[in-house]
Design a protein around this ligand. Structure first.
Ligand code: BJW
Length: 251
């Protein structure tokens, strides 16, 4: 049973409500994609400083590449869950007034049918050359066999995943649109994120400071729980379908 406030029900029923959603790894947890900072998360087994930054990649490209290739295999074998699907339905309801900002690199929101997606930390299924910056063909990764070198077809440079590592800037246009969506929405959801990584973790505050009603969906308290207007505690694959019941079309 999810207790939704009267204010949230009003906003969900509003004809002109503009919605912005920020998602993190927790949204994909029930699909079987590990999060980063939970007790079974990636950062319990691997050290981010050895894997998720440019220095680490240049020091040991094979180790980093193999780690990402393992994660790509996991992602190819899983499916979007009820939380991803609920967000795609929410977008269909708020057509033209809905933005999904995701920190996730797994592409599961698109596979669930979401359209207006801003991937602020990139996408693990794309790769580009560190020398000439050319993107590899989208079938390159699918055709890659174990032991094959991940090299640029044009210049022979090292290919790296198109994800944002620590110390790197977020893609400028994507980030700008994300800030604009947070600034201009009436209702902001922060879902399945520990809100520990900036600048994405600042978006709920941007939304709140600009007058939006901010709702957190997460089984655990996070660093921003005390700054939001409403917390819905539980897994997103359970809570989001319950929230959707308050959309006029879903009744
Ligand atoms: C469930 C659930 C269920 C479980 N349902 N929920 C300002 C202040 C302080 C530091 C900084 C700052 N500005 C910049 C920094 C530095 C740094 C940073 O933030 N560090 C902090 C760790 C302190 N940020 C950066 O470096 C960023 N770049 C930048 O700022 O550029 C400007 C700049 C450049 C140079 C110098 C200075 C500034 C880049 C950040 C890139 C983050 N990259 C990663 C890896 C991506 C690639 C990959 O996948 O390998 O992105 S790190 C990792 O964390 C990944 C995630 O997108 C990101 C956020 O994690 P997320 O999604 O929140 O996952 P978890 O695991 O933390 O949380 C899961 C949550 O789900 C939990 O709350 C669970 O309870 C919940 N959950 N099951 C719903 N079923």
């Amino acid at each position: 049973m999810v207790n939704v406030s009267e204010r949230l029900k009003e906003l969900l029923a509003g004809r002109s409500t503009r919605v912005c959603v920020l998602t993190g790894a927790g949204v994909s947890a029930e699909s079987g994609v590990p999060t980063f900072r939970d007790k079974d998360g990636l950062w319990q087994k691997f050290r981010p400083e050895e894997l998720a930054n440019m220095k680490a990649f240049l020091a040991n490209p094979k180790l980093v590449w193999d780690w990402y290739e393992h994660r790509r295999k996991v992602i190819r074998d899983v499916k979007p869950n009820a939380g991803h699907e609920a967000l795609a339905r929410m977008e269909a309801h708020f057509t033209g007034r809905f933005t999904l900002v995701t920190q996730n690199v797994d592409g599961l929101h698109a596979r669930a049918g979401s359209k207006n997606i801003l991937e602020v930390h990139g996408n693990i299924m794309r790769s580009f050359c560190v020398s000439c910056e050319k993107f590899a063909d989208e079938n390159f990764l699918l055709n890659l066999r174990e032991g094959d070198k991940a090299e640029c077809g044009d210049c022979g440079g090292l290919l790296r995943p198109d994800v944002v590592w620590f110390g790197e800037m977020l893609p400028a246009k994507v980030w700008q649109k994300s800030v604009e969506a947070a600034e201009s929405c009436d209702l902001f959801f922060t879902i399945g994120t520990s809100a520990a990584v900036y600048p994405a973790a600042g978006l709920p505050m941007v939304a709140g400071e600009n007058g939006a009603y901010v709702v957190e969906i997460n089984p655990q308290e996070t660093e921003i729980s005390s700054h939001v207007d409403e917390c819905l505690r539980g897994p997103s694959a359970v809570v989001l379908p319950e929230v959707l019941k308050h959309l006029p079309m879903e009744n």
